[in-house]
Design a protein around this ligand. Structure first.
Ligand code: URA
Length: 233
């Protein structure tokens, strides 16, 4: 076999495993939402965070203390996507560390999952919207390339979309979360499940059958079951 053919054996470009190098100057990416973030731009979360910390693709960059890129296991099978950082997240640079985060940890723990080992947690927008308002469609779009890069790098099998903003921001689905929560949506070889946002559960503390908290309990058990199926082949 010729040397060239041997090298071709390692060319994975047709298998989808390798991603073409970006065609734009990566240093321009954080400056304007009109500059695309091609797949393959980032090689690590740290590299991406460096861009997010100086990003002005939307106006949220002007008020941030820290960009909140995400945390957890970058090799996890589960990714959880929230809406955007709140005050504590902005101050600490960590996702879901306020009251919503405490509840999220308890929900995960109820099926023996931890954010350190089993999940990578991130948000649709990496910078805090003022007064914790919902990110606008333009803000979500400006940040979407980062999220897609996170999905590409982590390559999770399961993606949990907490709340309508994550559902719309990532899959473009505009249905209310109450209608679609708990349903698996299969796309590109991944299983997406919309679930209630923990902040919504904090506002609706009833645990009665059929209540949001009760439904969340059903959903997280379905997630555990799917993960077990994936891990056990
Ligand atoms: N904290 C986050 O990081 N994201 C949310 O969506 C809510 C709280």
């Amino acid at each position: 076999m010729s040397a060239e053919n041997q090298i071709n054996l390692f060319d994975l470009s047709d298998s989808g495993a390798a991603v073409a190098a970006p065609k734009v100057d990566p240093d321009l990416i954080p400056t304007s939402a009109t500059i695309p973030i091609p797949p393959g731009t980032y090689h690590s979360m740290e590299e991406m965070k460096a861009h997010c910390d100086r990003c002005f693709r939307c106006d949220l960059g002007h008020n941030r203390t820290h960009a909140v890129v995400g945390e957890g296991n970058v090799h996890a099978q589960i990714m959880l996507v929230g809406e955007g950082p709140g005050q504590t997240e902005d101050e600490t640079g960590r996702p879901f560390v306020g009251r919503s985060g405490e509840l999220l940890d308890k929900i995960l723990a109820s099926v023996k999952l931890t954010r350190e080992r089993d999940v990578f947690i991130c948000n649709v927008v990496k910078c805090r919207p003022p007064e914790n308002r919902t990110p606008t469609t333009d803000e979500a779009e400006a940040c979407k390339g980062y999220l897609l890069e996170q999905i590409r790098m982590i390559d999770p099998k399961i993606i949990l979309l907490t709340g309508a903003t994550a559902l719309k921001g990532l899959l473009g689905i505009k249905q209310g979360i109450t209608k679609v929560r708990g349903q698996w949506i299969e796309r590109d070889g991944r299983f997406y499940m919309p679930i209630f946002h923990p902040a919504y559960l904090l506002r609706n503390p009833s645990r009665e059958q059929g209540s949001p908290k009760w439904l969340m309990w059903q959903d997280i058990q379905a997630v555990r079951k799917k993960l077990d199926e994936i891990q056990n082949g």
